[in-house]
Design a protein around this ligand. Structure first.
Ligand code: PCA
Length: 230
């Protein structure tokens, strides 16, 4: 037998898709990002193996979690997921700002205001996933989606910035991006229930929701499109 030929950048290796999902925050018991991540974890989508991991909604813990995932999972593509309360469509984030300006405290009680994520880093980093192609395939599949120009200044923005910065230090290209998801129907039902009970259900419009099935399909489509373009 011959010794195995050493290969660089083994072309036969199955692609690894790192999917992260933020944990619930702001007193909520659910986060669609976490639910979708859990459903996709361990699945093979179009030849890509999904490695699913939760992320803490805590700025102090986030950077080390990102570097550990990059080191241990060694992903070929990174797709991070978070909730965008009040959004009705899948938001495909274009950029991450070098800003921490939290509208509410995170799960560890931290609330940085007007601070940089990385004092020596660039003002913004652009998502390296094929955002326009993902928008197009989602729309073709009948799923409402839009390229978004702001991921906010909370944890989701910091997550995208962190992964893009970590990926930029690697020798090989690792496309990274972020999808913001709407509320799940159950969350809106809970909101309506609580405002009804508290006697605050004065307004007749409620935030929009998207079913878990459709959110799952959206992220699957994004994974397939990202692989097609990598
Ligand atoms: N959404 C928040 C943080 C965690 C999440 O799911 C955000 O948009 O920053």
């Amino acid at each position: 037998t011959y010794p195995a030929t050493p290969q660089t950048g083994n072309p036969m290796r199955e692609r690894i898709i790192l999917v992260t999902g933020f944990e619930p925050y702001a007193g909520r018991s659910l986060n669609p990002a976490h639910e979708v991540m859990q459903q996709l974890a361990g699945r093979n989508i179009a030849g890509g193996q999904v490695s699913g991991h939760p992320l803490p909604v805590a700025i102090e813990a986030l950077p080390s979690r990102i570097s550990t995932l990059m080191d241990e999972v060694k992903p070929d593509i990174v797709i991070s997921l978070g909730l965008y309360p009040g959004e009705s469509v899948i938001r495909i984030e274009r950029a991450a700002l070098n800003v921490l300006d939290f509208p509410i405290a995170d799960n560890a009680g931290d609330r940085p205001l007007d601070q940089p994520i990385c004092p020596t880093g660039p003002a913004a980093l652009m998502a390296t996933l094929p955002i326009r192609a993902i928008e197009k395939t989602l729309l073709t599949a009948g799923i409402p989606a839009q390229v978004s120009n702001t991921a906010g200044t909370y944890l989701c923005n910091a997550c995208l910035y962190g992964f893009l910065q970590a990926a930029s230090r690697l020798q090989r290209p690792v496309p990274c991006g972020f999808l913001h998801l709407p509320y799940l129907p159950q969350q809106v039902a809970d909101l309506l229930m609580r405002s009804r009970e508290k006697g605050t259900a004065e307004l007749n419009s409620a935030p929009p929701a998207m079913s878990l099935d459709l959110q799952l399909k959206a992220v699957e489509v994004a994974i397939i499109t990202a692989q097609d373009h990598t």
